[in-house]
Design a protein around this ligand. Structure first.
Ligand SMILES: Cc1cc2nc3c(=O)[nH]c(=O)nc-3n(C[C@H](O)[C@H](O)[C@H](O)COP(=O)(O)OP(=O)(O)OC[C@H]3O[C@@H](n4cnc5c(N)ncnc54)[C@H](O)[C@@H]3O)c2cc1C
Length: 470
């Protein structure tokens, strides 16, 4: 079956209404589309942007959470726990890099130290039983470069880091290969529900579906209101981050978490699967859903916090800064609900754990279909998928003599900082879901993401993207 992927300028298919339309192709919407692809349903995945995973899903901290610190009994706690299990297994099967580095939640004063046993008890209530308390000596032995004054820590050995970009790409690839129609450059502007059919007025014309799933991230509240509801309001909560050069990687062994406060989880230091070190994120309540810029104040705050956690990190070179917006709603839980009389499922408030929980959210949403008036029938297995691994620890193509002997393009390095080859760039540009921009190519290959940020390879990369345009 030829995948159906339409973009700006392409007509939307006519014919009978889709069984399901999913609005939003972030990590949540693509995971849902993949799950729906297992059923005999005609499904459309409708995305405003020119790529999948181009909203909040492209700018997070990339931690595969255990859910040890979730609100016990909440839907989020259950779906994060289950999501971690599902995504870990899926990553192993598809070649998505995951490193189980573990986390240390470090106490820097007596008050924080006193809070650790309650956090341990919370982890237990969340069904996570491997956490344990470390004293100051053990903490220092685990993290030799930690700043002075750490009094102890809670160790969470199963916290992991994951590639944040490949999961939505893998989900969407499997979905479209199994028959889901992906419509990019297709913002949903108006909605009407009449006679059992939703009509989505999009920037590219009307599209009809018998059931609507709203996975529009920061804009999920607006979609909800278009259907006459007023159940949640998304307040973007910006998280700014600093990416340190790979030479900093040996300074840190675990994800270093602060003791959380009412204002959020706080600033952490974490290794990445790409071999860098992250410092962040901030937590800033804003009212602009497009404010993804970094600020001098935000970066200064991160540096101040980072100096306490890992002083030597601040001497290392910075590769990049970025910011993402969490879809906060003022509620301490996800806002997922089915509205049977409108054949509608809202998937809102997926704030700071959506990458981890994505596959479990998808399974949960699919389990709500009968309540929303659609019997999806029995699921089938999808054909397996192997994704190119972007992990620094994996055998990247430039290292593989066998691959280079078969195809010299894998021996021709285009991005020297990240050692991305012409072969990988060609493969991405001719994949099931090719990128439309150099940014999209970077998320598929890491080309341009390194120390020089594309200063040397940028022109060559952009030329390749242009050349591949239909
Ligand atoms: C700083 C930060 C750190 C984080 N760290 C972690 C972490 O370590 N681990 C973790 O598990 N999670 C983390 N998260 C959370 C995670 O990134 C999010 O929960 C997840 O990306 C949300 O995915 P989504 O699909 O709901 O939203 P998005 O990725 O924003 O996708 C929504 C999509 O809907 C589209 N859309 C919106 N309106 C319309 C419309 N009208 N028509 C068509 N399309 C529309 C958008 O273009 C977008 O592509 C973090 C988030 C932030 C901001």
């Amino acid at each position: 079956m030829n995948p159906t992927v339409t973009r700006a300028g392409d007509p939307l298919p006519g014919g009978p209404p889709y069984d399901v339309a999913v609005v939003g192709a972030g990590v949540v919407g693509t995971a849902i589309a993949r799950e729906l692809a297992r059923h005999r349903l005609r499904t459309a995945l409708v995305e405003a942007s020119d790529d999948i995973g181009n909203g909040t899903s492209k700018a997070n901290t990339a931690i595969l959470h255990t859910g040890f610190d979730a609100v016990p009994g909440s839907l989020e706690a259950r779906l994060v726990r289950e999501g971690q299990r599902r995504l870990t297994a899926y990553a192993a099967g598809t070649g998505i890099p995951v490193e189980r580095v573990g986390a240390l939640l470090v106490a820097w004063d007596e008050e924080q130290l006193a809070a650790l046993p309650a956090l341990l008890a919370k982890a237990e209530r969340n069904g996570y039983h491997a956490a344990r308390l470390l004293d100051a000596q053990e903490t220092a032995a685990r993290e030799p470069h930690l700043g002075p004054g750490a009094l102890g820590a809670l160790e969470i050995p199963d916290e992991a880091v994951v590639c944040p970009w490949t999961p939505p790409l893998a989900f969407a690839t499997q979905a479209v290969r199994a028959g889901v129609h992906l419509h990019l450059d297709c913002p949903v502007r108006h909605l009407a529900y009449d006679d059992g059919v939703h009509t989505l007025t999009t920037g590219r014309g009307p599209l009809r579906a018998r059931l609507l799933i709203n996975a529009a991230g920061l804009h999920a509240d607006e979609i909800d209101r278009k259907l006459g509801h007023d159940t949640f309001t998304v307040t973007p909560r910006r998280g700014q981050l600093i990416v340190f050069d790979k030479l900093a990687r040996d300074l840190v062994r675990h994800i270093l978490l602060p003791v959380p406060t009412a204002a959020g989880k706080g600033v952490l230091v974490a290794p990445t699967v790409f071999g860098n070190v992250l410092l962040g994120p901030t937590a800033e309540e804003l009212d602009d859903k497009t404010a993804t810029g970094s600020t001098a104040e935000g970066l200064a705050l991160l540096r101040e916090k980072g100096r306490r956690i890992l002083p030597r990190l601040l001497d290392e070179e910075v590769t990049a800064v970025y910011a993402g917006l969490r879809a906060a709603t003022g509620h301490e839980d996800y806002r997922i609900r089915a509205v049977p009389e409108q054949r509608y499922i809202a998937v809102g408030g997926i704030r700071s754990t959506g990458l981890t929980a994505s596959m479990a959210i998808a399974a949960h949403v699919t389990s709500l279909l009968p309540r929303a008036g659609l019997d999806p029938g029995e699921p089938a297995e999808l054909p397996p998928l192997t994704m190119p691994s972007l992990g620094e620890r994996d055998d990247r193509p430039y290292l593989r003599a066998d691959l280079i002997a078969r195809d010299p393009a894998y021996g021709t390095v285009v991005c020297h900082c990240e050692r991305v080859t012409a072969g990988e760039i060609r493969d991405a540009l001719h994949s099931t879901l090719p990128p439309a921009t150099a940014g999209g190519l970077a998320r598929r290959t890491r080309a341009g993401n390194g120390r020089c940020q594309g200063f040397h390879c940028g022109a060559a990369i952009r030329a390749r993207v242009e050349e591949a345009r239909p």
